[in-house]
Design a binder for this molecule. Structure first.
Ligand SMILES: [Zn+2]
Length: 74
């Protein structure tokens, strides 16, 4: 696993993958800072290295009527 934080840049390794309509990678610091806002919009945080859930399982959990939005913090 060699992902880097989308907020901090390539110097910082990512600790979480965040997905909903796309994928983001965040370090632990960014994840904890943006977690409330992103999770409120339906983004799901996955610690990197944990890939146990199939996409179908995630789709079953999510799928609420959340309007699409671009990366909200850019
Ligand atoms: Zn970061």
């Amino acid at each position: 696993m060699n992902e880097t934080c989308d907020r901090c840049g390539p110097a910082v390794g990512a600790g979480y993958r965040v997905d909903r309509v796309g994928e983001l990678y965040l370090c632990g610091q960014c994840a904890s800072r943006h977690w409330p806002a992103l999770s409120a919009q339906g983004w799901t945080f996955w610690p990197l290295g944990v890939h146990a859930l199939a996409p179908q399982a995630r789709a079953a959990v999510r799928g609420g009527p959340v309007p699409d939005a671009a990366w909200p913090l850019a």
